[in-house]
Design a protein around this ligand. Structure first.
Ligand SMILES: Nc1ncnc2c1ncn2[C@@H]1O[C@H](COP(=O)(O)OP(=O)(O)OP(=O)(O)O)[C@@H](O)[C@H]1O
Ligand SMILES: [Mg+2]
Length: 165
């Protein structure tokens, strides 16, 4: 599939990172993408996608962390998409990029991810702190001007790679 062509629900086209936008991965990377409706149930679908993909790729040592990171990033993307009030799906892509697994989540909203320290007793505000910790601070985001919105990415170290270096 052409990177800029994404069939949405009912065959509709919706914007996604286009060719030429920074994506941090090469076409040679093994990749597994899923497009998810911006509804709360999609967080569980993101988790299953990460689990099933890593089982297929024989990378089960990263499965737990990948599921947690994918769930947090997709939950944030859904919340941002809902807040922005449009119906566009969010897009989760796993990239096998030795020695790393890269997790990319695109959403169309203009808001910016902001990692902060939740106060004791606060119910929310911990998702990106968890991502920060599991990835050894290797996460970030970039805008996707051609399609609107942004990609939030995170990298997990594979076997033999020190994630805290
Ligand atoms: N994809 C995103 N688009 C826009 N804003 C985002 C995105 N991801 C995170 N943010 C912003 O960063 C803040 C911090 O995210 P974080 O995941 O740490 O906490 P939370 O989602 O508010 O709470 P929790 O994850 O604990 O339920 C969010 O409240 C939101 O304002
Ligand atoms: Mg969150």
């Amino acid at each position: 599939m052409h990177p800029g062509t994404n069939a949405g629900r009912g065959g509709r086209l919706f914007p996604a990172p286009q060719a030429g936008e920074p994506y941090g991965c090469t076409p040679a990377d093994r990749a597994a993408r899923i497009d998810l409706d911006a509804v709360p149930e999609s967080a569980a679908a993101a988790r299953r996608h990460a689990r099933d993909t890593l089982a297929r790729w024989g990378m089960t040592e990263l499965a737990e962390d990948a599921q947690a990171v994918a769930t947090e990033l997709v939950s944030n993307a859904i919340a941002a998409a809902v807040k922005a009030g449009a119906e566009l799906p969010v897009m989760l892509t796993l990239h096998d990029r030795p020695p790393e697994l890269r997790i990319h989540v695109w959403d169309h909203s203009p808001g910016e991810p902001a990692h902060r320290t939740a106060r004791a007793g606060e119910e929310h505000g911990r998702g990106l702190a968890i991502v920060n910790s599991l990835t050894g601070r290797r996460w970030g985001w970039y805008p996707t001007p051609a399609s609107g919105g942004k990609v939030v990415w995170a990298a997990l170290a594979g076997e033999g790679h020190d994630r805290h270096q």
